[in-house]
Design a protein around this ligand. Structure first.
Ligand SMILES: [Zn+2]
Length: 96
């Protein structure tokens, strides 16, 4: 499944509910899911990390859909040819 197909599944599954809740509340849900992912990483719980990564991607897809942004297009535009700064794969930027 491509990123665009995933975004479409999430949109068809939750769009009306997410739209009614509103973009800012949905954005808070997204941040909460990121926090849950951080907790799973802290605990070293691999299964929970998998679930939370899926939730983070689903909520990111929701935010993209509500903003009428094609997540696959923007991700590929920015990272499809490697690092957006040095344009290399792997990145050759000096370490931050
Ligand atoms: Zn780079």
């Amino acid at each position: 499944m491509k990123i665009s197909e995933f975004q479409d599944v999430i949109r068809r599954t939750y769009h009306e509910r997410d739209r009614a809740r509103g973009f800012e509340k949905d954005a808070l849900w997204f941040v909460e899911e990121v926090g849950e992912l951080a907790e799973a990483i802290r605990k070293g719980d691999r299964r929970e990390m998998e679930l939370e990564m899926a939730d983070v991607l689903a909520w990111l897809s929701t935010l993209a859909s509500l903003a009428d942004i094609d997540l696959e297009r923007v991700a590929v535009d920015r990272y499809g040819s490697g690092c957006p700064r040095c344009h290399s794969i792997p990145c050759r930027c000096p370490h931050a």
